[in-house]
Ligand binder design. Structure first.
Ligand SMILES: *Cc1c(COP(=O)(O)O)cnc(C)c1O
Length: 359
């Protein structure tokens, strides 16, 4: 590897973050969410790291489940969190022994129609206020009766998802909780509600299964806040300096001349850009870490390169390693400076970035 743009992934930090989530909800089982290639961290590696601990893995589609089964995750349940997209997948669900969300009546019919002897573990998704997937009240009552009476069904869990658990000022999580509770009624079913934000901020939502995602990867679920001290950074994204030059006051740097030197300035070029997944929307001043100190992005992010202001950095040299986020620069700070969330940055790291794993 000549171009040293590296995402170094700390597997023991994932394990510790997992145990932290578990410690917040000791009575609950844990569905470790590894969809979207474990938020860009490598689903196979992450799932194998959590084998023996995780009670289930959460994925977005049967292709993601198949990948885990093929990698040797044979007995830990895997939940298809949006269910299946076409009836033909029902065979795969039984072959791979997957747990299945149902969120529309077509998916319910596919389960009811199945002719094999397979008994499905079903998660009925309720729309308690997210306004996206899930059954609303009337349809939920119909559907849950159909499933309860079906010989194809082994177990039923009721689940819902929060729209604003990350917003500590909003009362919407409480509203969703009371809506959800009102639908349970006499129903003594297992339930699952909490994503990372709710695991941390809404103890009353923990129930039978928690579903931590982003917190496993060491990022705060609360937008634009500093990392929690209790969460360890997992991915460190870094590359190296490939050019260093002095510029005179008034000279401009990069596309669109966005950055203009306010005084004579040393500018370094780093071999990483939006073609690697570093956000193009990062603004001037976004911090990076080099030689023990913080330097700042200076100029627009290019496809393969960024430019940074090296003034104040000790003896910078071509080849010096630059951390974009990780142990020293919280990803949440980069996300805030780029008008996005860590979830998006993680999942957009491209294949050109070399992934290494440490434990
Ligand atoms: C992605 C997802 C989660 C995890 O959410 P985080 O905010 O990353 O913790 C939980 N539940 C469902 C249904 C999801 O799709």
């Amino acid at each position: 590897m000549a171009r040293k743009c590296i995402a170094s992934i700390n597997l023991s930090a994932i394990k510790k973050n997992y145990l932290y989530a578990k410690s917040l909800a000791p009575q609950s089982q844990v569905i470790a969410v590894v969809k979207a290639n474990a938020y860009g961290h490598g689903a196979i590696k992450v799932a194998h790291q959590l084998e023996g601990d995780a009670d289930c893995y959460g994925v977005a589609c049967s292709e993601e489940a198949q990948e885990l089964r093929n990698s040797g995750i044979l007995s830990t349940p895997i939940l298809l969190m949006e269910g299946i997209f076409e009836e033909s997948e029902i065979e795969l669900v039984s072959q791979l022994n997957l747990w299945l969300v149902v969120c529309n009546s077509l998916q319910v019919q596919w389960v009811l129609n199945n002719k094999s002897n397979f008994k499905f573990n079903i998660f009925i998704k309720i729309d308690s206020g997210m306004g996206r997937l899930g059954f609303q009240e009337d349809e939920f009552i119909k559907v849950s009766q159909l499933l309860e009476n079906s010989k194809n069904v082994e177990s039923i869990t009721l689940m819902s998802h929060f729209s604003s658990a990350d917003n500590l000022e909003s009362n919407s999580t409480d509203k969703q909780l009371s809506k959800f509770n009102s639908l349970l009624g006499y129903n003594k079913k297992q339930t699952s509600l909490a994503n990372s934000a709710a695991i941390i901020a809404h103890g009353d939502s923990h129930r039978d299964f928690i579903r931590p995602g982003i917190m496993l990867y060491g990022s705060s679920p609360f937008p634009f806040s500093e990392n929690f001290k209790d969460l360890l950074p997992v991915m460190t994204l870094s590359s190296t300096v490939i050019s260093i030059k002095r510029f005179k006051k008034g000279q401009t740097i990069g596309y669109g001349d966005r950055f203009s030197c306010k005084k004579d300035t040393t500018i370094g070029v780093v071999a990483i850009g939006y073609g690697d997944g570093y956000p193009r929307s990062a603004r001037d001043g976004t911090p990076v870490f080099i030689n023990g100190s913080v330097a700042k992005l200076a100029g627009k992010v290019s496809m393969d390169m960024i430019t940074i202001d090296l003034d104040g950095v000790l003896n910078p040299q071509i080849g010096d390693r630059v951390e974009l986020f990780g142990d020293n620069i919280p990803i949440d700070v980069v996300a805030e400076n780029s008008n996005t969330i860590s979830y998006e940055i993680f999942t957009k790291i491209t294949n050109r970035v070399y992934k290494t794993y440490i434990s």
